[in-house]
Design a protein around this ligand. Structure first.
Ligand SMILES: Cc1cc2nc3c(=O)[nH]c(=O)nc-3n(C[C@H](O)[C@H](O)[C@H](O)COP(=O)(O)OP(=O)(O)OC[C@H]3O[C@@H](n4cnc5c(N)ncnc54)[C@H](O)[C@@H]3O)c2cc1C
Ligand code: SF4
Length: 495
């Protein structure tokens, strides 16, 4: 274990960030790497608990106590091997993961958790700086061909795993860049696109083939998949956004979040957006409708573009800022999430339900009419769970961003492949990620619904194991989701 008395001697320290004023001036990453001495102190705080709840909290089952100790012992090279044993892309999770592992840390019962995510990022950044991340092509090829549709984290993790055991992997991507939501969803200030490209260089050098601008089902007919490949993985994400089909939705100045975020990511990648198509928050009163990561990213982007004000409409009630007792441990506590974008300033309005968009004579949005929601004392009369409509509110807005979630994957390809879907429109998978069609597997958001990068990587690794078994009869690839009991969406035990 780290230092037996480390948790008594050292406080929790996370990776330092630029000040709010500094970081709002640019679109680049603003979080630094945890310095070596502080990473070692955090490693020293780990108690190497008999039951490492942190590992069960991590969907990848990352070997957290092990690399905590190795960092404390200053053995960064072995720490990297331990990290890569369960996670293909720690630099993505080290930047974007909400770190459910830290909620499960035993220290978190009565004191601040070990800064696990900051250590993870420190290990992988040290590895890149030292030149330890090199291509690891397979020693031999099996002659089996695998097609992966979609180059988000699920597709990329599956690709690297399958390629490393010798299968010939082709990744099809309908977009012009690799990475899925890592590239065109998550803003550059949270995950620099150069960090994504750096890893893709390794994947290419290992022999994975990427076909960009190739929408399977349109540019590449679905029937060719069966003819040219021995197995197919659908990792197409869950990209159909929910909209708010309310009065005034046709007014100009109202956009779906992904139209806005993708555009800024394109600009950050060096693309030029024609002036007439540009969505720019500069000098505008921005209202973001929604409450998740996507909404937070719209808020951070609007700040950087120079918005006059940013307001967030959240339909939910405001959770408490902190728990009095750690009643939720080892689960993620139901407390108010103050993202880095919220730290940068935003008027947060809770329990508001948007009713209509108000426009001027130029058909430009100028305000949003909403109602406050109140807890319904008579639940049998409720129109929404526990809530009933109250007084009207009118909030001025000249740019409205709708970030109310994603429904399901796009259907075209699924229909062509005759793959069954669930009642909610996700790809239906049986044990091992097999779809209703033999030889066709699915992983990531297209099966789970909109989720997290860490889950996409875990599913990509798991599906690689299943596909390898399908092709070869057995597999040496690890399966992070095997033997895991999931109750109420929380992974609580890894047997
Ligand atoms: C704005 C935003 C911010 C987020 N922030 C975070 C965060 O901070 N932390 C976190 O953990 N998670 C975050 N997420 C969620 C996370 O990005 C996703 O859960 C994750 O990317 C899902 O990975 P995936 O590989 O399943 O799908 P995706 O990343 O969606 O990739 C799917 C890919 O498939 C391609 N594709 C689809 N159909 C076809 C076809 N027919 N032919 C070829 N290609 C096709 C798409 O173009 C896309 O590139 C965020 C999501 C969004 C939208
Ligand atoms: S991937 Fe996420 S949950 Fe797992 S160890 Fe890293 S920060 Fe924690």
């Amino acid at each position: 274990m780290g230092k037996p008395t480390g948790f008594l001697e050292f406080q929790r320290t996370t990776a330092p960030k630029q000040s709010v004023e500094e970081r709002k001036k640019h679109f680049g990453e603003f979080e630094y790497i945890l310095p070596v001495a502080q990473a070692q102190e955090q490693g020293a705080r780990c108690m190497d608990c008999g039951t490492p709840f942190c590992m069960s909290g991590c969907p990848l089952g990352n070997l957290i106590p092990s690399w905590n100790d190795l960092v404390y012992q200053n053995d960064w090279r072995t720490a990297l091997d331990q990290l890569h044993a369960t996670n293909n892309f720690p630099e993505f999770t080290g930047r974007t993961c909400p770190a459910p592992c830290e909620s499960s840390c035993v220290l978190a019962i009565n004191s601040p958790a070990v800064a696990i995510k900051s250590i993870e990022n420190a290990i992988i950044e040290r590895a890149f700086a030292e030149g330890w991340i090199i291509p690891e092509p397979p020693a031999f090829r099996t002659g089996k061909r695998v097609a992966i549709i979609g180059s988000g984290p699920a597709g990329l993790a599956a690709a690297q795993q399958l390629n490393r055991v010798g299968h010939s992997v082709t990744v099809f991507e309908k977009s012009d860049r690799i990475g899925g939501l890592l590239t065109y969803g998550i803003p550059n200030f949270k995950l620099s696109k150069s960090v994504v490209e750096r890893r893709i260089e390794q994947l290419r050098a290992e022999g994975i083939k990427f076909c960009l601008n190739t929408e399977v089902g349109v540019k590449f007919p679905a029937w060719r998949l069966r003819r040219e490949f021995d197995a197919v993985i659908l990792a197409i994400g869950s990209s159909v956004e929910r909209d708010l089909p309310l009065e005034g939705r046709e007014l100009s100045g109202i956009y779906l979040a992904m139209e806005y975020l993708t555009q800024q990511n394109r600009i950050d990648c060096g693309d030029t957006i024609p002036h007439e198509g540009r969505i720019d928050a500069e000098g505008k009163h921005v209202v973001v409708i929604g409450s998740g990561d996507t909404a937070a990213d719209c808020i951070g982007t609007a700040h950087r573009q120079g918005a006059a004000s940013v307001t967030q409409f959240d339909i939910h009630t405001c959770p408490p800022e902190a728990q009095i007792y750690n009643v939720d441990w080892p689960y993620v506590p139901a407390v108010l999430i103050q993202s880095t974008s919220h730290e940068e300033g935003c008027q947060r309005m809770f329990t508001v339900l948007t009713q209509r968009f108000v426009g001027n004579a130029m058909q430009q949005v100028v305000a949003i009419e909403a109602v406050r929601l109140h807890r319904n004392p008579r639940p049998e009369e409720r129109t929404m769970p526990h809530l009933t409509k109250g007084e009207k509110v009118l909030v001025g807005a000249d740019l409205v961003l709708i970030a109310v979630g994603f429904s399901y994957p796009e259907y075209q390809l699924l229909r062509q492949l005759d793959v069954e879907t669930t009642k909610t429109g996700k790809v239906a998978v049986r044990n091992g990620g097999h779809t209703s069609q033999p030889g066709i597997f699915a992983a990531g958001d297209c099966t789970r619904g909109a989720s997290l990068v860490v889950w996409a990587i875990a599913e990509g690794r798991s599906i690689a194991h299943s596909v390898d078994v399908y092709l070869m009869g057995e597999s040496t690839l690890p399966n992070p989701l095997q033997d895991t009991i999931v109750i109420d969406h929380h992974t609580i035990l890894t047997l």
